[in-house]
Design a protein around this ligand. Structure first.
Ligand SMILES: Nc1ncnc2c1ncn2[C@@H]1O[C@H](COP(=O)(O)OP(=O)(O)O)[C@@H](O)[C@H]1O
Ligand code: SF4
Ligand SMILES: [Mg+2]
Length: 383
């Protein structure tokens, strides 16, 4: 009798390889909407994140973009389990985070730090910079005594480009950009592997944004960091990201390398977003097509059936779009799109129409179309 074991069909999880640091699988975060004082009834849910799969490789920067309210921050918090997901799981460096509790979770959290949009509100105004940084170290038993810690703090400040004299100062004594540097130093202090930066430059002057983005890049090289950078501004994400995921109403609609996404966006939503960004070359700028989305962003408490984008999609078809939710699938190597008609749109077999969205072409620029494109996704969609 043969003792050979019948090989089990392998069920590899997508992208779950040794060079993957974080894998997000089927994550959902639904917030209950409560009514009534006494009974506290749940009358519905906000489907803030509604089934997202993605993975971030070691040492890469994954940019997550989408207009305000599409669920980016909630997803970021769910990755760190600062918000408990309704469904799905997060695997960090081979460990399923939902299996961790208490002390184990706390120890794992050291390896995942967050940088927030508004450093003023995320830094305690009553604490000096020294105390802010030492607090982080102590929370993870990394305060190794006066001398070692003092040295560590000076190294951290120099890494983020602040003078040592900053240690005795308070958050209000710094500019916005400097405060964000303190926020970054606080995250770096505990030697994380992953930094989730949620709109890290959105609150800063444009002139300072580039400096902070450059700093993040330098620190990544120096410390081998992995980043998940969240932004509503496509321009910010483009510059810094290796790969980009585009979110719409709680789901990913497109994911590709930054170069591929900007060279050839395949999802109608991404096309609309990118068409709103002006091109520096005036000849190209004159000729290019601008797709303006009309209609309001639907509420995440009552998302449209079928493709969530169908209420605003200029390519919407009579079948499938309003009945069947498209899966995120690989349409070109490494380029995933959640659209039933991605191939036909790409090949030009389906043309955009003007039923639900206005398509403005070269000749007919109407007076209410901004000639200088909006700087952000939010503006692009709410001109
Ligand atoms: N704690 C919460 N309770 C209820 N709804 C929430 C909560 N946090 C976020 N939301 C809602 O979830 C949706 C997604 O929010 P958010 O993740 O902050 O989006 P983004 O970061 O993309 O702007 C929004 O409609 C928001 O109002
Ligand atoms: S599935 Fe239909 S509605 Fe959705 S993006 Fe594609 S063409 Fe538009
Ligand atoms: Mg947010």
């Amino acid at each position: 009798m043969s003792t050979a074991v019948t090989p089990q069909p392998e069920t590899p999880r997508p992208d779950t390889t040794a060079d993957t640091l974080v894998t997000v699988e089927g994550i959902k975060v639904h917030f209950p909407i409560k009514r009534g004082v006494i009974l506290d009834r749940t009358v519905g849910h906000v489907y803030a994140v509604d089934g997202v799969d993605l993975s971030v490789r070691r040492g890469e920067t994954y940019g997550l973009v989408g207009e305000s309210g599409c669920g980016k921050s909630t997803l970021g918090r769910a990755v760190l389990r600062l918000t408990e997901p309704t469904a799905g799981r997060v695997v960090f460096d081979g460990t399923d985070l939902s299996s961790l509790k208490g002390e184990e979770l706390r120890r794992m959290r050291r390896r995942m730090q967050m940088v927030f949009q508004d450093p003023m509100s995320s830094l305690d105004p009553r604490q000096s910079v020294e105390s802010i940084l030492v607090e982080g170290l102590r929370a993870h038993d990394l305060d190794k005594g006066r001398e070692a810690t003092g040295k560590r703090l000076r190294t951290l400040l120099s890494a983020v480009g602040l003078p040592t004299t900053s240690l005795r100062k308070y958050p209000h004594e710094f500019s916005g950009g400097q405060r964000q540097r303190i926020g970054i130093a606080r995250a770096l202090a505990v030697e994380p592997d992953l930094i989730i930066a949620d709109e890290p430059v959105s609150a800063l002057d444009v002139s300072v944004q580039a400096q902070v983005v450059n700093l993040l890049e330098e620190l990544q090289d120096e410390f081998g960091l992995t980043y998940l950078v969240i932004a509503h501004d496509l321009a910010v994400v483009r510059h810094i990201s290796d790969r980009v995921g585009v979110m719409y109403l709680g789901g990913l609609v497109e994911e590709a390398t930054s170069d591929d996404l900007y060279a050839e966006p395949l999802h109608p939503y991404t096309r609309a977003l990118l068409s709103a960004i002006p091109v520096p070359d005036p000849l190209v700028e004159d000729r290019r097509e601008r797709i303006l989305l009309t209609g309001d962003l639907p509420s995440p408490a009552n998302p449209p059936k079928g493709c969530r984008f169908h209420t605003r999609c200029p390519w919407k078809q009579a079948t499938r779009c309003d009945t069947e939710r498209p899966e995120l699938r690989e349409v070109l190597p490494g380029h995933k799109v959640a659209c039933h008609w991605a191939e036909d749109i790409r090949a030009g077999r389906i043309r955009p129409h003007e039923v639900e969205a206005v398509l403005v072409e070269e000749e007919g620029i109407s007076p209410d179309v901004p000639l200088v494109g909006p700087a952000s996704v939010t503006e692009a969609l709410n001109p």
